[in-house]
Design a protein around this ligand. Structure first.
Ligand SMILES: [Ca+2]
Ligand SMILES: [Ca+2]
Length: 115
């Protein structure tokens, strides 16, 4: 009887610990998954992505203007055309002060492949 109870307490502690870790990670990133910039070196206008996909970067006319990218979490594909079509570049978490010339000022959509 007491063994069963102890096991239950341990499992609850594990779950609580995991939830706290997720909360902490979300606080550090502000819940954002990526950030895009109209100029190289994270300058110009910035737009923060909080969702898992952007069918078209139409907000503030980011379409065909993105020149640098920060990926905070997951693996993303940034596409040259709207709705995840055209040519794609796969980016893992990291800071990309510049992107390959063939993707500069052409990105129109993005989707997170892996969370
Ligand atoms: Ca640009
Ligand atoms: Ca485009």
């Amino acid at each position: 009887m007491s063994n069963i109870n102890n096991h239950g307490v341990d499992m609850n502690n594990d779950v609580l610990f995991q939830e706290l870790n997720c909360e902490k990670a979300a606080t550090i990133q502000g819940g954002a998954s990526a950030q895009v910039f109209t100029d190289a070196n994270f300058s110009g206008l910035a737009s923060t992505i909080f969702s898992d996909d952007i069918g078209l970067f139409d907000l503030n006319n980011f379409n065909d203007k993105i020149s640098s990218i920060k990926v905070f979490s997951g693996q993303w594909t940034f596409w040259s055309d709207a709705n995840y079509s055209g040519v794609g570049i796969i980016l893992n978490p990291g800071d990309y002060a510049t992107i390959p010339p063939e993707f500069n000022d052409v990105i129109s959509s993005a989707k997170r492949n892996i969370k």
